[in-house]
Design a protein around this ligand. Sequence first.
Ligand code: ADP
Ligand code: MG
Length: 293
Amino acid sequence: MLTLSNISKTYAGNVVALNDVSLHIPRGMFGLLGPNGAGKSTLMRTIATLQEPDTGAIQFDDIDVRNDKSALRRTLGYLPQEFGSYPRTSADAMLMHFAALKGLHGTHRTQAVERVLLQTNLWDVRKRSVDKYSGGMKQRFGIAQALLGDPRLIIVDEPTAGLDPAERRRFQNLLAGIAEDRVVILSTHIVDDVAELCPTIAIMGRGRVLKAGDPGKFMADLQGKLWTRIVSKRDEEGIRGNHAVVSSRFKGGGIEIRILADTPPEGMDPAQPDLEDVYFTTLIEHGIGEPVD
Ligand code: ADP
Ligand code: MG
């Protein structure tokens, strides 16, 4: 289990990126949701010991992370948001190199590389140069390098940005498969990435944790408070003036709006809450507003 206590970070220019963040992150997949600028990458880099917070403590199982960075690094797999450029080297040669950096040698190294190539479904293309890989293959390669050395903590920061729907689904399944007995933290601004996969989530906004826990419970909390209707563009404006609109999207030649209200608004049907409703209502509650697609 990973425990963050009162982590804060202010960048030069008085940019408050993390504002007293405390979180308990259990084994399995953990989804960290938040709009751009929420502080997700700062938090991921801080846990990965790549940068220091101004205040706060981080404990991973028996490791006091801020006081024993090397112990954390030995059991960490990290896929940063920006991986940088990919050299014109084959996937297996690069993984052999990364494996050596992680302290693996001899047959241990060869076997570890084989295992992660198979796990990420890259075995058949292992001789191909990584810079020629598709977006989805590059991200799977990123997971392959993160898995080397069998880390107990894996951090992946916005891994599905730029993937097509089929690649995204495949990548989500890969993550779910490796999460069984490790802590896997997936940061994303895409609700769909965490909706099916993560038994525990946190929603961040403006450097704070706005909500953390069981997404099923958050959806149940909205039960009976969410209403929907398909309206015309002209009607939408009037409705926005009178109701708390959670989201709106084009559908069936009109606009499907979703509204938060304790009693049924005139002419509206009850809606089944989903995680996107949880995300939008949480941001709205904290004055962060409806994110634009
Ligand atoms: P997210 O990953 O959720 O988009 P970030 O952690 O990247 O959020 O950024 C949080 C805030 O900190 C933003 O306002 C961002 O502009 C700022 N920020 C991030 N990195 C730096 C940096 N190295 N120096 C100054 N400001 C930064
Ligand atoms: Mg980020």
